[in-house]
Design a protein around this ligand. Structure first.
Ligand code: SF4
Length: 346
């Protein structure tokens, strides 16, 4: 074992957080946790992970569940295509691999949603294969350790993989890969890394040069802002919701009707126009009810919600429903709509 990995290993065994997916060697559960961890922070993932493995304790349950149940369990995590890919992969695992996640990397490559990171994570953590992996934490640690100047994008990944391959042990890579990620998450933080407590600080070039705060360089991300008018159409204590089309943003999720407020429009004007375009009906009345702000990965949405009555009949079909408040929990929704429901009824 290299000096780097033995120091890292010792540190990890003492300091690793006790996370639910670290208490198992079940490749299915490790796979689910890794996909969820690509979405958000460890703290945010824990309740999602625990709920998921309770609802779908084995891969066969995922394979045969209705899509709506899968999306509901994923609700709030974003990037719903990942949830859909989990189900597509689960179906293939049942069909082609007798319900067992394959340990072979070539076989894993045939599964939807299994990119190099997920393959590496499942192979090393569940099957202890010697496969280095790069996530944002690992990339930052190695860029600093080698003092690689630049942004934390994929430009240095070949060099980073070479380094990992050199220092990773012949056996015990389930620990090595997790330890690298944990070091980035707990010590080699993007802001104010705690170098004094770092197990590998002696060999770290950025630390030697006092450049750990400026490597990697940070990019300013501009968040787009959109304004949306939303109609809460009520009739006989039921509310009208519709399913978003397949393939686009929030595909297959349910939401209240409405749409983007164009330049020069008031929220109310946009509301009447959108409802006419989307549902082909005229609204009878629309009173402002509340404003809700929701941050998504790529944009911020200001939702202007109106309580409305329809002047015409709105009938149900497979993508349009009248739903009583007690039944909203059956429908997977984007976070903005979930916020509206919570503000209204909870
Ligand atoms: S010494 Fe500091 S910069 Fe270098 S790897 Fe450790 S925490 Fe990161």
């Amino acid at each position: 074992m290299s000096e780097f990995s033995s120091k890292l290993n010792r540190w990890y065994l003492k300091n690793a957080r006790d996370l639910p997916w670290r208490q198992t060697k079940d490749p299915y559960k490790i796979w689910i946790s890794e996909i969820m961890l690509q979405q958000t922070t460890v703290a945010a993932v824990i309740p999602f992970y625990e709920r998921w493995v309770k609802v779908f304790p084995v891969v066969q349950h995922v394979a045969k569940a209705p899509l709506q149940k899968i999306l509901k369990a994923w609700q709030g995590l974003g990037y719903y295509s990942r949830a859909r890919n989990i189900q597509k992969a689960a179906k293939l695992i049942v069909k082609n691999f007798k319900g067992k996640i394959p340990s072979d990397q070539e076989a894993l490559k045939t599964l939807p949603g299994f990119g190099p990171y997920t393959i590496g994570a499942v192979s090393s953590i569940a099957f202890d294969k010697r496969v280095p992996i790069i996530d944002a934490n690992v990339r930052r640690v190695v860029m600093r350790y080698l003092a690689l100047e630049g942004f934390a994008d994929t430009s240095y990944d070949t060099e980073i993989l070479k380094f990992l391959d050199k220092v990773m042990p012949q056996k015990g890579n389930n620990v090595f890969n997790q330890a690298m990620m944990e070091l980035g998450a707990l010590v080699c933080l993007s802001r104010s890394p705690a170098c004094m407590f770092c197990p590998v600080n002696v060999g770290c070039e950025a630390y030697k040069q006092g450049r750990q705060e400026v490597i990697p360089q940070s990019k300013k991300k501009e968040i787009k802002e959109i304004n949306v008018a939303i109609a809460l159409i009520e009739k006989d204590k039921k509310y009208f919701i519709q399913r978003r089309p397949k393939g686009g943003l929030f595909a297959d999720l349910w939401e209240f009707p409405g749409g983007k407020i164009e330049k020069g429009e008031t929220p109310k004007q946009a509301l009447f126009r959108e409802i006419k375009e989307e549902l082909g009906i005229e609204l009878g009345s629309a009173e402002p009810l509340m404003n809700v702000t929701q941050f998504y990965t790529e944009f911020k949405a200001n939702l202007h919600v109106f309580r409305c009555e329809s002047a015409q009949v709105l009938s149900e079909n497979s993508t349009r429903k009248w739903v009583p408040r007690q039944k909203f929990s059956d429908y997977p929704m984007p976070s903005g709509s979930v916020k509206i429901v919570k503000k209204l009824f909870l």
